[in-house]
Unconditional design. Structure first.
Length: 471
């Protein structure tokens, strides 16, 4: 029960963080769709997507390294902080140099965008590093504080820059810079960053070890990014920024499920790193895999059932048509989440190469097939190929994990469930007569399939809550 208590306890804290940060930002979607054009939103979305590639790649995944090593090496956390900040600073210099050189060959507007991007990269790089470093130090409350403060700053600055100052895309980007930078400073000050810095020293051996851990993860992080972002770039290139903006908005409904995915992933990575050497780790990992799969499947089914209702509430003007892209993107979230779960097990065993190969295979599949799919089917083709590429990544990750842990699972039941999710998707996209009733019945079938896992999760959560109250 100690393992579950540790996991659910961290999930409770991360829930506060992610609920406030992700849900409130999610509720800004109608605001963005009113004040920004589809083209402006498309540019901002591509900038943010580019950060997801560059930050882990240029920092050599220092954040992930800090999380993994800080959990085990409490006495060397100061050294880990110094190493991470050094590498983050170097990466900022690289981005600044490249953007500065490119600016000599661009027009005024592009120069301004490049300047914004440099500051946005710097703020986001420090924010992401501190989030992962303090998570590795098991200072979950500081991580929660950082996420919540980032959200509050985002909300306040967006309202000012977009509603009062009315400076459009520039205001949107400036808001991101202020929120990431302000939250990073707050975490460093309140998390004891100065104390860790003063205790730290040059440790070439540790730096080399973290670098050796982080380098193979570049393939993993880059490939994961490609699975998530290649479709957006291809759509922007082949269909234009307006379609790219609609596609970016379509991802906001699956993002509701991603909130839960992120909550679990943050807590699970800590649990996997702590428990991978236990004798009962196989049983624990299998139990959590089955429960996690159940929650992702049921959550996806619910989003598909209520997709058009959510689209009417959240999407304005030309963005409403994005509802049809949601089902395949929701399926992508299922396989992306399960790949992340399996990836945490591999990373606990410090096998970043294995996960890099799995992610690389999925990304290659995505990049090769997406242009043809977009040519024939437009944005829908991109969404479908992205879902397939995440499945390829998931299948490869499952085979990789078998080297360390033999997961027990009901594969017949799970694949039947995935098939029913696909049926729900086609019923919605084609607007089959009575599709709402059909999808509702299929949701009830899925609940019946996973009734044991659902009961087990509720029972374990209840036990953990009761034990916490007694304390």
């Amino acid at each position: 029960m100690g393992k579950y208590k540790y996991l659910f306890g961290n999930m409770a804290l991360f829930t506060v963080s992610n609920f406030v940060s992700k849900i409130l930002v999610f509720l800004l979607v109608p605001f963005y769709t009113h004040v920004l054009s589809t083209g402006e939103y498309g540019v901002g979305d591509v900038m943010h997507t580019t950060l997801l590639l560059l930050v882990p790649a240029l920092t050599v995944n220092m954040g992930e390294g800090a999380l993994r090593f800080a959990i085990e090496r409490e006495r060397e956390r100061g050294d880990i902080l110094r190493i991470g900040l050094k590498r983050t600073g170097i990466s900022i210099g690289m981005v600044g140099a490249v953007c500065g050189a490119v600016s000599f060959f661009t027009g005024r507007n592009m120069k301004i965008y490049l300047l914004f991007f440099v500051f946005l990269y710097a703020a986001n790089a420090f924010f992401e590093y501190f989030i992962l470093f303090f998570q590795g130090c098991e200072k979950v409350k500081i991580v929660v504080l950082g996420s919540v403060s980032c959200t509050v700053l985002t909300l306040a600055s967006n309202l000012y820059f977009l509603l009062v100052a009315k400076i459009g895309l520039y205001g949107y980007l400036l808001s991101q810079i202020l929120s990431f930078g302000g939250a990073a400073c707050l975490m460093f000050c309140l998390g004891g960053g100065k104390k860790y810095w003063n205790l730290g020293k040059k440790n070439k051996g540790l730096e080399r070890e973290i670098m050796n851990y982080g380098k193979p993860m570049i393939l993993y992080s880059t490939s994961s990014w490609a699975n998530n972002a290649a479709d957006r770039y291809i759509i922007m290139w082949m269909c234009g920024t307006s379609v790219g903006g609609v596609y970016g908005i379509a991802n906001k409904i699956p993002a509701m499920l991603t909130v839960f995915q992120r909550i679990f992933a943050q807590a699970w990575q800590m649990s996997a790193s702590k428990n991978y050497q236990d004798k009962e780790s196989g049983e624990f990992f299998s139990s959590m895999y089955q429960s996690y799969n159940m929650m992702m499947v049921l959550g996806s089914s619910v989003l598909i059932v209520f997709c058009k209702v959510l689209a009417k509430i959240l999407f304005a003007k030309d963005f409403y048509e994005a509802w049809s892209l949601v089902p395949p993107l929701v399926i992508s979230v299922i396989y992306g989440a399960l790949s992340g779960f399996l990836g945490s097990i591999c990373l606990a065993y410090k096998d970043s190469k294995g996960m890099g190969k799995a992610a690389g295979t999925g990304a290659l599949f995505n990049i090769i097939l997406n242009p043809a799919a977009v040519y024939f089917l437009g944005a829908m083709g991109a969404a479908m190929i992205t879902a397939l590429s995440y499945y390829v990544m998931y299948a490869m990750a499952f085979l990789t994990v078998r080297k360390y842990v033999r997961l027990t699972w009901n594969w017949k039941r799970d694949y039947l469930s995935y098939f029913l999710i696909i049926v729900q998707s086609f019923c919605l996209i084609w607007e089959v007569n009575g599709y709402l009733w059909i999808n509702g019945i299929l949701l009830l079938c899925l609940v019946f399939f996973y009734r044991k896992e659902l009961t087990s999760v509720l029972k374990n959560m209840g036990t953990v809550v009761c034990s916490m109250r007694k304390r």
